[in-house]
Design a protein around this ligand. Structure first.
Ligand code: ZN
Ligand code: ZN
Length: 242
């Protein structure tokens, strides 16, 4: 399987950029992980949005889900023209009032509040979700391709925590937000730093793609902070093999 970066900024997009959004392609279909601002317009370069088998939303911060609204308008337009029926499953943190509100706001999706450690299947993948360490409930996901056994972890926004270690222990590629550099990381708080990500890559012997790039920093600053060829800095439209 491969994961294609559609947007890699946070918490707001760089000029002409997009925030979190990652398209996973397997032999059986497509999955979107997060739907941040500017991401919907970029899906069409790679597949028809209505063909996406499932959407996963790590958490309900706008840089991770704001384009759900325009995605829903798109599906509504197709449905009115008789070109789409049904609802696309969308896996979200299991906060009952949030799930009910999402169901009302985005009726062309079927929202599923994920269970900790529960297993879900779509597009030839097994998905396992785990709550991580962020200001609001944020669920990391490990996608295991059934045909190959390859494993992708997307951690969304999180600081270090035991649950992140459990996800990373069985993982071939880790895609995760690590927007802070150096002294910006103060221990507490809901985000990793580039240096912390590198430490975890060494600890769990992984390859990683660092994303959620904060536009106040240049790509070069992130590269200098990690300085390890096992950690790549996310680039829009780049594909990473898992
Ligand atoms: Zn974010
Ligand atoms: Zn967040």
């Amino acid at each position: 399987m491969e994961v294609i970066v559609l947007g890699c900024n946070g918490p707001y997009p760089a000029s002409y950029g997009a925030t979190a959004g990652y398209l996973v392609r397997t032999g059986e279909g497509f999955v979107m992980m997060d739907m941040g601002s500017g991401v919907f317009a970029r899906i069409g370069k790679l597949c028809k949005p209505e063909n996406i088998a499932a959407v996963t939303i790590s958490h309900l911060h706008f840089d991770h889900f704001s384009d759900m609204g325009v995605f829903n308008y798109y599906l509504e337009s197709l449905a009115k023209a008789g070109k789409f029926q049904g609802r696309i499953p969308c896996y979200v943190p299991p906060v009952a009032e949030d799930v009910a509100q999402l169901e009302r706001m985005y009726p062309y999706f079927r929202f599923v509040g994920v269970k900790e450690g529960g297993m879900y299947e779509f597009a030839g993948l097994q998905a396992e979700f785990s709550r991580l360490n962020h200001g609001v409930p944020n669920y990391g996901v490990r996608l295991t391709e059934k045909s190959s056994g390859r494993r992708l972890v997307y951690s969304g926004d999180t600081n270090e925590c035991p649950a992140l270690g459990r996800l990373l222990r069985e993982c071939d590629l880790w895609l995760g937000g690590a927007p802070l550099i150096g002294k910006e990381y103060k221990g507490a708080g809901g985000h990793l730093s580039a240096e912390k990500m590198k430490d975890l890559v060494i600890k769990y012997d992984l390859k990683a793609v660092l994303t959620h790039l904060w536009p106040v920093h240049t790509e070069r600053e992130y590269e200098d902070a990690v300085f390890d060829d096992r950690v790549q800095i996310a680039k829009a439209f780049k594909s990473y093999q898992v």
